[in-house]
Design a protein around this ligand. Structure first.
Ligand code: NAG
Length: 442
């Protein structure tokens, strides 16, 4: 990949160019994949529930994770058959649903009490298809953005799913079936939701939105009237963020609304309590940075943060030179002076994408090596990461198993691990959505 090497030279030196080059690189991969037929109709077979036994669940390598159910993108009404982000919603009476991102829209599935998936319908893209569609849930509504021009943000009421008869899945109307469509920005790369403050932070919005791709703040207290509340543009492009009401060790910021922003080449920590005048508390670089992508607080004490860099493996930077998926550990005891304290390396070669933490386990969607579950409870006694262990995995991309994995933009995009039932949703780019069950130690 000669061109790739040239492209990499630009990443990090010019933050805005970073995203453009990264996108070009991925599109190159996906165009080649398309040529190879990986998104073709009937390329993948439907699959029945399969337990993980002796390291395999059917064709998939696994450990402590069972395959409970699977739906192909073509089974969920997509004509592009290519997936991206995913999030979940639990109804007030406890039923569980997934909003499954696809390039041409969002498919809705129910996760039944036995973990099986039932397709209920879909909301098409507001404008054109795009490889990047991102959704998050606050209350009963899902908020959907895409890298499609003039897309804006779709606001869809998930309670509409409660009465659907699965024998006739519904194609929702992008006009009459929306609670609202927010048009304060056109395209966006990613949607960040803060449930406690009822705020959506759209990131990577187009320059025409006037926020330099930073936190574009939308107040969704009333989902029918989403309202611009402010913008953080000081740090430039934000790729992803986690926002919390802060309860961590830095008592100067107790109960403030703090966002941890993954800013292409830095971790930026921002106080967004005052939406009209957000304050950047720190902007921190680290060795090996290639594309600072996403991350999540590792513990409920808000002391440690896990950070994934999306290009260090492919670019063979720093400790990621061996191309094993590398997670950075940050001690954020001081919000004004965070410290990078170590790294964890997966046994598998792959690029990391999105990870979410629940009860001391981080559920990582690592492209070609699939879902990786790591136990991060040791961080409080050993912040170097040496005590982190892999407790389970499900590799949804068998194509690269024979060569021991590859650092490529294939396989899984994201994971949703927060259902009370314990079923985990994993969205794969090529194949479809998996309902998985972790059976290892908790
Ligand atoms: C969000 O909207 C609600 C309802 O209109 C309002 O009470 C609240 O102050 C707004 N919050 C912000 C941060 O703008």
């Amino acid at each position: 990949m000669k061109t790739a090497v040239t492209l990499f030279g630009l990443v990090g030196s010019a933050a805005a160019a970073g995203m453009a080059e990264l996108k070009a690189l991925k599109m190159q991969t996906w165009a080649a994949q398309n040529e190879a037929g990986v998104y073709d109709i009937d390329r993948y077979a439907a699959q029945a529930a399969t337990k993980c036994v002796n390291g395999k669940a059917g064709e998939y390598q696994c450990k402590n994770v069972d395959l409970v159910s699977f739906l192909r993108h073509q089974d969920m009404g997509s004509s592009t058959r290519k997936g991206n982000d995913i999030w979940g919603w639990t109804s007030p009476d406890g039923r569980e649903f997934g909003a499954v991102g696809q390039t041409d829209g969002t498919a809705f599935v129910e996760v039944k009490s036995d973990g099986s998936l039932v397709y209920l319908g879909r909301l098409p893209t507001q404008t054109t298809s795009s490889s990047w569609r991102d959704m998050k849930v606050i209350g009963n509504h899902v908020y959907i953005g895409a890298e499609s021009s003039n897309h804006g943000m779709q606001v869809f009421d998930m309670t509409k799913l409660l009465t659907i008869n699965p024998s006739s899945p519904k194609s929702f109307n992008t006009g009459s079936d929306l609670t609202a469509r927010f048009s304060g920005f056109g395209s966006s790369h990613n949607i960040v939701a803060h449930e406690e403050t009822k705020m959506i932070y759209a990131v990577g919005t187009a320059s025409s939105a006037g926020c330099r791709g930073g936190l574009f703040m939308v107040n969704v207290t009333n989902p029918a009237t989403p309202t611009s509340a402010g913008c953080l543009s000081a740090g430039g492009y934000v790729h992803d963020a986690q926002c919390v009401i802060y309860k961590g060790p830095d008592s100067r910021y107790t109960n403030k609304e703090i966002c941890f922003n993954f800013n292409e080449d830095t971790l930026d920590i921002v106080d967004v309590t005052n939406k009209k005048s957000p304050t950047t508390l720190s902007s921190t670089k680290y060795n090996g940075a290639a594309y600072t992508h996403q991350g999540w607080l590792a513990d409920s004490n808000m002391r440690y943060l896990l950070l994934d860099d999306e290009l260090d493996e492919q670019e063979k930077k720093g400790v990621a030179a061996n191309q094993r998926t590398t997670t950075y550990i940050v001690d954020v005891a001081s919000l004004t002076a965070p410290k990078f304290t170590g790294t964890y390396q997966s046994p598998a070669k792959a690029i990391d994408h999105n990870q979410y933490v629940l009860n001391g386990l981080s559920y990582q969607a690592n492209y070609g090596s699939g879902l990786r579950i790591i136990n991060v409870k040791s961080l409080s006694s050993d912040p170097t990461g040496k005590g982190i262990t892999e407790v389970g995995f499900f590799d949804c991309h068998p194509e690269d198993d024979s060569v021991g994995g590859k650092a490529e933009f294939v396989g899984t995009w994201s994971v949703y691990p927060y259902f009370k039932s314990g079923y985990i949703l994993l969205n794969s780019i090529e194949r479809g959505v998996y309902s998985l069950k972790y059976t290892g130690p908790l």
